[in-house]
Design a protein around this ligand. Structure first.
Ligand SMILES: NC(=O)c1ccc[n+]([C@@H]2O[C@H](COP(=O)([O-])OP(=O)(O)OC[C@H]3O[C@@H](n4cnc5c(N)ncnc54)[C@H](OP(=O)(O)O)[C@@H]3O)[C@@H](O)[C@H]2O)c1
Length: 311
């Protein structure tokens, strides 16, 4: 039973680096990379960050695709992945904390008038403005899973009034929980900052459309670290021109890398980061090694994804 590693995108950890760490976790296992894959019919488990669309066709005995991260939309929806192939993801604490910090960075920047002072500095303008009061600030977290739950708890600890939104009912200490499509417009209308950390599924694709953008609080800030297809980007630019929301910060966009001619680059109310909010895996690769062992032993897998639900 061999594990094949094909990270599948540049600018992050490489196949050899992952293979070395995994081999250290599981020295007796057969861990391979595409550079020297051997007989591909021996591969039962594939570990990827981005799935090469042609690869499943070459792996006749594939049983498990392990995502080296969280978002699995391209894997669960892959037309060539037979139904019996299972999908697992990682749930490391390190990137959940990093993404929560990313949200916090831009929330605090807005609370403390960071953009205004950078503009004033260019004009030698010493005009103080009161910071916004944390305990009177309402923050909505869309998605209350592994990362959203971490984010909501952190914001609550800092004293923000936190509202969470999920598909199914939830209960989190210190967080006012809402669920379901019909509850979303009212939640958007009351919050000063909206932190979106939802998976890409048929239900979430295009969810933040003209109607939802119009439902947001005037002058509020929309932050998205989940997936770019959540937001109708053309509608967002028009909404920013109208001031509802007043600001947007996007770590993910519908086409990555963002094309040089995209109008998103230059909108004065929009800040972009290149899909970097969660970066480090911490010690999560030990769960990949554990899933290889569990697959061989016929045991339940760690962090298995519901392929039908899509996350
Ligand atoms: N930018 C980055 O670097 C980066 C890094 C990691 C992950 N991500 C993205 O972040 C996403 C979330 O990660 P996670 O680990 O927190 O996922 P997760 O643990 O699976 O949680 C997903 C949350 O979204 C909610 N949800 C799903 N569909 C919904 C719908 N139609 N309406 C309302 N709520 C819905 C779920 O509701 P229930 O609780 O009711 O199921 C759950 O609370 C990933 O799928 C990935 O796309 C981005």
């Amino acid at each position: 039973m061999a594990l094949l590693i094909n990270v599948g995108h540049d600018g992050w950890m490489g196949d050899d680096e992952i293979a070395k760490i995994l081999s250290a976790h599981t020295p007796t296992s057969d861990v391979r990379t595409l550079a020297d894959p051997g007989d591909l019919s021996e591969v039962s488990m594939l570990a990827v960050s981005r799935l090469d669309p042609d690869l499943p066709h070459r792996l006749p005995n594939l049983q498990l695709v392990q995502k080296l991260g969280a978002g699995v939309e391209t894997i669960v929806r892959h037309p060539a992945l037979p139904d019996h192939v299972r999908v697992t993801r990682l749930k490391p604490e390190a990137p959940a904390r990093e993404i929560a910090e990313w949200f916090l960075t831009y929330i605090l920047n807005a609370q403390r008038q960071g953009d205004r002072y950078r503009r004033q500095q260019t004009q030698a303008d010493w005009s103080p403005v009161a910071p916004l009061i944390t305990t009177q600030t309402q923050v909505g977290v869309l998605g209350l899973g592994h990362i959203g739950g971490y984010t909501a708890r952190l914001l609550d600890q800092l004293g923000f009034q936190v509202h969470g939104w999920s598909r199914s009912p939830k209960s989190l200490p210190g967080v006012t929980c809402h669920h379901g499509y019909d509850a979303l417009p009212a939640l958007l209308g009351r919050c000063d900052h909206i932190c979106a950390i939802l998976p890409s599924t048929p239900e979430t694709e295009g969810l933040i459309d003209a109607r939802m953008l119009a439902a947001m609080k005037p002058g509020s800030q929309l932050l998205n670290a989940g997936r770019g297809d959540l937001i109708d980007e053309a509608e967002l630019l028009q909404a920013l021109d109208r001031g509802t929301p007043g600001l947007a910060v996007l770590d993910v966009v519908s086409q990555e890398p963002l094309p040089a001619n995209s109008p998103l680059w230059s909108h004065p109310k929009l800040t972009l980061t290149p899909h970097v909010s969660g970066w480090h895996l911490g010690d999560a690769l030990k769960d990949v090694a554990e899933n290889l062992r569990r697959l061989s032993a016929g045991e339940d897998l760690l962090h298995e994804v519901d392929r039908a639900r899509g996350y």
